[in-house]
Structures are given as structure tokens and as C-alpha cells.
Write a protein that binds this ligand. Structure first.
Ligand code: HEM
Length: 273
């Protein structure tokens, strides 16, 4: 798995940061070799668990329509070879999400910015329905330290975001399952050795739409076996341990990492011998 797209570990230890970078809209959405499998998984989830993966309020309709138009235009320009018919008989945020690997969220400003439409097939241990209509602060309520470190800059960023400058960021976690669809927030306790753990990266983009003024938040998940990454990337194991060791306890609890570094250390030493 040496072609793993992103390894956003901090070389100096764990840090909570917005980490926003300017986004060239020519690279707004990404496609990889898992595209067909992920689009098929989305189809199955939309059939079997629609209410788990879709949440919409009427306030998100206009932004969702504009989002669908943007997604189809992006595909026409950058991937004309993907000829998937667009479903006009369903909510536009769902029709758009069927075309791309990304999960799609539409935020609209009323009193403040609120999540008003989303199709999220691949949540990393959170529940979409509970976030519909919520503010950024409420969405992030379970995230330790967010209120102190990120609430103010994130809200300010949303107030300033303009259609002509878009951004992207990366989030990573270590998780005990490679499944993309993880809609429950339960964190399991530490178990297993390196081979049982997976490095999960979210590539997120943020852009403001020109006409509706809505903000679109996209999430593309990349998952790889931690053991394979240790083998293919020399520094991965040591840097991962450093990040686990230096994460604040509240964050370790939130992520389900308590005790994990210790069990991984032994297994990493065994792997490197
Ligand atoms: C600049 C913008 C944003 C920043 C800096 C940010 C930051 C974060 C961070 C640091 C976490 C903790 C995740 C982890 O480390 O595992 C998180 C979780 C999360 N974020 Fe964001 N976020 C941003 C925008 C958004 C937006 C627009 C949404 C809209 C859906 C969102 C939804 C979530 C959700 C649902 C979680 C999981 C919360 C839970 O556990 O219930 N984020 N975010």
C-alpha cells in the first residue's frame, strides 16, 4: 500500500490545528482505484439505510441544487469518461453523492452557519441525524479541546469564506476496523496488535457556492492497514507512536486510544526485529 495518498502525522507530536490549505478547484474532488467499490457501497447504503446516511432540511435545498450542478460540471470537465446518469428524481445532495467518492455536507447561514443537507455514507463514528440543523459548535460538541482551540477560528473562517478561495484540510485517526461506514459513536477499548489497526485519513474540502452562498464540506476517506504502512513507510510506526503518546488524555478517550500505544509498541518492536 505504498501509494497511500496522505499521511498527515505531526513529526513533532500530536497537535490540534485547523491546517487549512488553499484548494485549486481543479482538484476539488478525488478519484482513486476504490471508486467503483465505494460508489457501489453508497448505492447499497442508500437502499438499505437511507435515514442513516441522508439528512435534509428544506433550508438546504437551494445549496444542494447548486452543489449537484457543480459536481456534474466538475465531472464533465475533469472526468468525461465517467458517464454516470444523474438521478433527477431524488434530493440533489443524494444525486450528487452518488457520483463521487466524497461524502457531501451543505451548510447554510441563518442566525449562524448550520448543517442543512448531507449525504454521509462513510462517517467515522458519528451519527448524521443528530447533527442536522446543528451549528458548527454543536456538531463538534463531543470533540475534546475543540471549544478552546478551534471553535473561534473555525467560526471566523466560515464567516470569511468566499467563492473565489476554497480550502482543504486533513484529519487522521487510528481505528480498529477498516469499514468505511461507521455510524455509531461507541469507542471500543484497546485490543489487538498492529495488524488489527487501521490508519484512516479524511481529506476534507471547504468551498462557498457562488449563487446560493451555501458552504459545501466534502469528506473523502482513505484507509490503510497500520501494519502495511509501517512496512512501506520507514518513519510511520515511530511517528504514529509519538502522536498517540502525546495526544491529551481526553483526546485519547474520545478516539478510543487509551492503552493502544503500549500494545502497539510491543508489536512494532517485534515487526522491526
Ligand atoms: C475548518 C473547519 C473544520 C475543522 C477545523 C474541523 C475540525 C474537527 C476536528 C479536529 C475533529 C475531531 C476529529 C478527530 O480528530 O477524529 C472534528 C470532528 C468532526 N467534525 Fe469537524 N471540522 C471542521 C468542519 C466541519 C464541518 C463543516 C462539519 C460538518 C458536517 C464537521 C463535522 C464534524 C463531525 C461530525 C465530527 C465528529 C464529531 C463527533 O465525534 O460527533 N466538521 N472536526
Amino acid at each position: 500500500m505504498s501509494d497511500f495518498a496522505y499521511i498527515p502525522l505531526e513529526t513533532k507530536g500530536w497537535r490540534m490545528a485547523m491546517g487549512l490549505r488553499p484548494l485549486d478547484l481543479g482538484h476539488w474532488l478525488e478519484f482513486d482505484r476504490r471508486r467503483d467499490a465505494e460508489l457501489e457501497q453508497k448505492r447499497q447504503l442508500l437502499d438499505a439505510a437511507f435515514d442513516v446516511v441522508v439528512a435534509t432540511n428544506p433550508d438546504g435545498d437551494e445549496g444542494s441544487r447548486e452543489l449537484l450542478a457543480e459536481v456534474t460540471q466538475f465531472l464533465e470537465v475533469h472526468h468525461p469518461e465517467f458517464d454516470i446518469p444523474v438521478r433527477r428524481d431524488e434530493h440533489p445532495v443524494v444525486a450528487a453523492a452518488r457520483l463521487v467518492q466524497e461524502d457531501l455536507c451543505v451548510l447554510v447561514r441563518s442566525d449562524v452557519w448550520r448543517l442543512q443537507a448531507a449525504c454521509v455514507c462513510f462517517p467515522s463514528r458519528w451519527n448524521l441525524a443528530s447533527k442536522l440543523g446543528a451549528t458548527l459548535d454543536d456538531i463538534h460538541r463531543p470533540v475534546p479541546i475543540y471549544d478552546v482551540e478551534l471553535s473561534r477560528p473555525t467560526n471566523a473562517f466560515f464567516e470569511r469564506l468566499k467563492p473565489d478561495r476554497s480550502f482543504w484540510r486533513l484529519n487522521w485517526t487510528l481505528i480498529d476496523s477498516p469499514a468505511l461506514h461507521q455510524p455509531t459513536s461507541a469507542r471500543r477499548s484497546a485490543h489487538g496488535d498492529l495488524a488489527d489497526w487501521f490508519f484512516r485519513v479524511e481529506r476534507q474540502t471547504l468551498r462557498r457556492l457562488e449563487v446560493s452562498g451555501a458552504i459545501v464540506f466534502t469528506i473523502h476517506n482513505y484507509v490503510a492497514s497500520a501494519k502495511e504502512l509501517c512496512q512501506s513507510h520507514e518513519e510511520f510506526g515511530a511517528t504514529l507512536l509519538l502522536n498517540l503518546d502525546t495526544a491529551p488524555i481526553a483526546m485519547q478517550e474520545y478516539k478510543g486510544w487509551i492503552g493502544v500505544a503500549d500494545s502497539l509498541r510491543a508489536s512494532l518492536e517485534a515487526t522491526s526485529n
